[in-house]
Design a protein around this ligand. Sequence first.
Ligand code: HAM
Length: 431
Amino acid sequence: MVKKFSTPRGTNDIYPPQALLWQELETQARRVFVRYGYNEIRTPIFEESELFVRSVGQTSDIVQKQMLHLSPQGATRAQGGAGLQLSLRPEGTAPIVRAYIQDNMDKKEQLSKLFYIGAMFRGERPQKGRLRQFHQIGVEAIGPDSCSPYLDAEVIGLCLEFLKNIQVPMYQLKLNTLGTVEDKQNLSKKLRQQLKPFKSELCPDCQNRFDRNVFRILDCKQKACRQIVAKLKLDYTHLCEASREYYRKVKECLDSLNIRFEEDPGMVRGLDYYTQTVFEVCSPALGSQDALGAGGRYDNLVAQLGGPQADAVGFALGLERILLAREEPQTPSGQSLDVFLVSLDEPSLAGNFKLAQTLRQQDIVVDMSFKPASVKSQMRTANKKKARFVVIVGQEEQRQGIVTLKDMQGGHQQQIAVDHCEQAIKRILNK
Ligand code: HAM
């Protein structure tokens, strides 16, 4: 038995009809993002592992459990012998910040508005809406002294505008603020105080998290931990006055755009780089993995990765989750065919082969069969491919230097000189 291969666990093939849906989302994303002044950036799908450790956070689930490392041998070769540990990117923000610093973008423009579309990789246990290779559409707005509640609200507005454009039916915006680094430390202290009496009842992971990164306890899916977390008193008393005012202003800006949101003081996000505003967009259609996308402000990350002082805010949406959340989207019927060439024998095939090239150079969409066969079977193929016209060439047509041109919509059929064929088809197709 010869072994057959299939996709690795947690990855998907995207077959042609689905790929059209993906293209549609990507086209819409480009259209909407450009309206807000964002330009596309593409970065490698792997980076130094340390980039993610220092940004997403040593104690985050992503770094602790989900990074897909390249083998040391691969790393050695890819780095020309340096032997650095490389990983497939689990998210897009850290690579964009790395690129921002590497390209000295702060010297080139006040605010760099960047968007990206691409595959991300996390070694998670696959389930509905949770994959090992998934795709994000994201934006990052980075610039020195660019921290502004207006920008936060613009980024959130952009995220929702895109979802509206692609007809995601129902979603809910959850909003929170973490405040400054000092505010976050205050929050950690408060959480530890409240959780301490229940520490022994937490799952072993969370007992570990208690000292290392108490925020992660709020995201734990274990029933016992969730019950304890549900009893916590979470409010905004850990925030300094300036953070409170900033958050108030963000909400005011959202109100001015008529954007509805629900405040969730327990939403701390699983990545360490956030400060101030954080948000998630959730869809009830998604089940337990209900976040369509998420983002927030990360004003310290650029400097933390060795760059200049630069503030930043962004979000990423999961493409697979968007597709799951859209109500029965109509599968696009695909690229329709202008002409299908039917060849009844070898010499006609050779002639049609050249004709196909000529027509395609005139922007006409052409397909053909590559073996002579009966008219019936080739017409069946032409029908299946929804061809607008069929050109039939057999021995007799070859001898007379003509082709039979059949209009598949009206059924009308005519014989024309092969030399006029190209002009005739262009005229009828208005090309
Ligand atoms: P995140 O919350 O880790 O944030 O991921 C953003 C979105 O990516 C999620 O809401 C979800 O739709 C999708 N996603 C994440 N993991 C998976 C998975 N295993 N399978 C399928 N979809 C998944 C970030 O990645 C941040 N970089 C967002 C950001 C940008 N913050 C600021 N700028």
